[in-house]
Design a protein. Structure first.
Length: 366
């Protein structure tokens, strides 16, 4: 089986989901070939970095505008937009070259593009859209998507309310690498471990007094993953006795396995990595609209804590929670319950079914 996965690097979540799917498929299908393709880089090789820079600027400095556009598109988005013929022709060239058996998309942009391609070129390639947020935003829904992988029952219901057939929706959780599954053993220690993450873009508080207070927490050692925020890394690295600063890393699971508590922005991938790792999550006040939906899920399932609006209470709340073993234990149990609501092997079952149908079709035509 040959699988082509389309993704995009708006943040790191879509790409991490693609890598997770890639590993899972290769592990399950010994003879499989999996290709992960950044659709933006492929279609616009000379301009993609400018597009990413503009996106990063928008989410970091223009979140209000971003949310206006997001909410407006929730109400007005309807069907697949038209795309320049040149872009669709490049996708056709890629499909002709790679000849995949199935295409998976982990981003709404690539889902829309490939749906437009299928419609124009009358392609019958099986197409799976993997939704990487706890959202049923209409931009994820395309007329040429055959199957949807979703994180929760809530997203499934949202898709059904918008007209997607129930039989085409699989609750698989957002794809997370196997390494995030916690081991039975854990290093013994006398202090608490706090992990602070800002997502792939490193969107964390920049007020140094916040980190000084974190450093001064009694009995707490802290790791901060600054991501690609080089400025923050340079500001914090080596400045505090009880804080270790890490730049961008693809081994987040190693830090999660040692953490008692995670403080982060509530992106879909980070949320599900925390759930799989069963490490309670504290949410910094989210600014992006889809993160607010993820925040609502955290509150509804009681798997974490949302910091209050008053920033002067942040440190007090963090200090109280990380030393409250009973509350942390309840949150971990709630995470275990959440995991029972999805089946990470659904994507393998779906691909096996697609492969079997292809084999039957080839047999009947020979």
């Amino acid at each position: 089986m040959k699988v082509l996965i389309f993704t995009i690097k708006f943040g790191s979540g879509h790409f991490r989901a693609s890598k997770s799917l890639c590993k899972q498929i290769r592990n399950e299908f010994e003879t499989s070939e999996v290709i992960v393709k950044d659709i933006c880089e492929y279609l616009m090789p000379h301009n993609y970095q400018k597009i990413y820079n503009a996106y990063h600027l928008l989410v970091n400095k223009g979140s209000k505008l971003y949310n206006i556009l997001y909410k407006y598109s929730e109400k007005t988005f309807d069907g697949t937009p038209s795309y320049p013929h040149l872009l669709l022709k490049k996708i056709d060239k890629l499909i002709a070259s790679e000849q995949p058996d199935v295409v998976i998309s982990t981003c709404s942009v690539s889902s829309q593009l490939f749906s437009a391609y299928k419609e124009k070129y009358k392609s019958n390639l099986p197409f799976i859209t993997c939704i990487t947020d706890i959202s049923s935003h209409p931009s994820w829904i395309t007329p040429q998507t055959n199957f949807y992988l979703v994180g929760t029952e809530l997203v499934k219901q949202g898709l059904m309310d918008k007209g997607v057939d129930e039989k085409d929706i699989y609750i698989s959780g957002i794809p997370v690498e196997e390494e995030f599954v916690p081991s039975s053993s854990r290093n013994e220690r006398v202090h608490k471990n706090l992990l602070i993450m800002g997502g792939g873009l490193g969107m964390l508080p920049e007020d140094l007094s916040f980190y000084q207070e974190i450093n001064d927490l009694s009995g707490v050692k802290t790791v901060i993953i600054a991501g690609r925020n080089q400025r923050l890394f340079d500001q914090l690295n080596g400045k505090f006795n009880n804080i270790t600063v890490v730049g961008y890393t693809d081994k987040v699971y190693e830090y999660m396995h040692e953490a008692d508590l995670i403080i982060t922005k509530p992106g879909g991938m980070t949320l599900f990595e925390s759930i799989i790792s069963e490490v309670p999550i504290v949410v910094l006040r989210p600014e992006l609209e889809q993160e607010r939906k993820n925040q609502s899920f955290i509150e509804k399932t009681h798997i974490g804590y949302v910091l209050e609006e008053e920033e002067d209470r942040y440190i007090m709340d963090i200090d109280d929670l990380i030393h409250d073993d009973m509350t942390l234990s309840k949150m971990k149990m709630n995470m275990a319950e959440v995991k029972k609501g999805f089946d990470r092997r659904k994507v393998i079952e779906l691909l096996s079914s697609i492969e079997a149908k292809k084999g039957e079709a080839e047999a009947s035509s020979s």
